[in-house]
Ligand binder design. Sequence first.
Ligand code: NAD
Length: 440
Amino acid sequence: MNHPAIEQPADIVARLRATFAAGRTKPVEWRTGQLRRLRAMLTDRGADLAAALHADLGKSRTEAYRTEIDFTIREIDHTLDHLEQWLRPEPAPVPAHLGADATAWTQYDPLGVVLVIAPWNYPAQLLLAPMVGALASGNAVVVKPSELAPATSAVLAELIPAFLDTDAVAVVEGGIPETTALLAERFDHIFYTGNGTVGRIVMRAAAEHLTPVTLELGGKSPVFVDQGADLEVVADRLVRGKFLNAGQTCVAPDYVLTDPSTAAALEPALVRAVEALFGTDPAASPEYGRIINERHFDRLLALLGSGRVAAGGASDRATKYIAPTVLADVDPSSPVMQEEIFGPILPIVAVPGLDEAIAFINDRDKPLALYVFSESKRTRGRLAAETSSGGLGYGLPLAHLTVSDLPFGGVGESGMGSYHGRYSVETFSHRKAVLDKPLG
Ligand code: NAD
């Protein structure tokens, strides 16, 4: 624990605010220095983080590095490479009535003290990647890891103060009471990743102080598989995306929409793909993760009755294992289709065709991601134009969020605001309008 008895949220925020007010976090050299320290933390102590991620989620070392540690290092490197360019004032054309000598530009100002609240599913990446943006933008930052990934939370609480400027960066561990206490303080921005229910709590608390928020939420991300798509490729990529981290990924393919004959052909292809990736007994595969806790395990188990089990279905509560599972013949009104699955269950819902698939997507909350497997330009174009989602992936789930120059974020129920790369600087800065009319 982070000595809650010694330093209360109000004291932490006051301390960080004093640092910010003194101007310490503003120079680009401080920002890049902190990013290099964070990079050193990840290279020197990556093994500690990987071990914690294994303890919390059964993540393999490969997966921990790929999706959390190296992912964050890439985000840091991309930011270090481009930060000065992103921060450059941008000239704006001046209207004639202000005279030919007037100039105008925008300048990026840090916001002040920002709060980052992270979830448990990628408990390192989803805390550190927003922090990269907050530091790069010259802010002081309080980070709150998820209490549901306690090993990772403890390692972050130990390492962050050991590597970063403790007058400007603070880690507060804890659950609902600690987060509630933090949210009573005035921050200059709150960046929350998690579910929409808590997102609303965060936004209400932020409203008290007129604090802007970024909400990175979730929802059911659909997959559309078109007739004629190469189903071996589709199945391989779907299985890799869906069952990464045992399905506990905010942008995981949630369910598949396809026509009945493609559904029938896709089913055995998915069975083969699961076996190719995890073997006949995924419980024995070192690459396959576990469910975060018993509450989520029980929630997921109750969804297995929503369709015919085409692959997987096995589970073990003692080890929180649920096999990579494909459910066929799933009715849209069944329980598995009512909420974000956030686990290793992939339902296939048959629809007559593209029109019905588009209507199906638009009848529901705007998803964080939509994935489309189709060679048809017209089909791809229609899905892009006629649906709304945080991101859109053709042919490969999840991968759009690894493109540092793309904004990552949701729309509607899947969230508001975005980050990664220069979009993090947009999020964690104020774009100040400046006009200069010479006195002479
Ligand atoms: P979680 O339970 O770890 O909660 C997230 C954070 O909210 C934690 O730090 C927790 O302490 C805090 N919290 C919980 N209850 C609170 C309360 N009453 N008041 C204040 N703070 C509270 O994670 P979760 O919400 O179960 O995460 C899963 C959800 O997050 C899924 O919906 C998933 O799609 C979404 N998600 C989105 C993204 C994204 O980038 N858009 C990434 C990962 C997860």
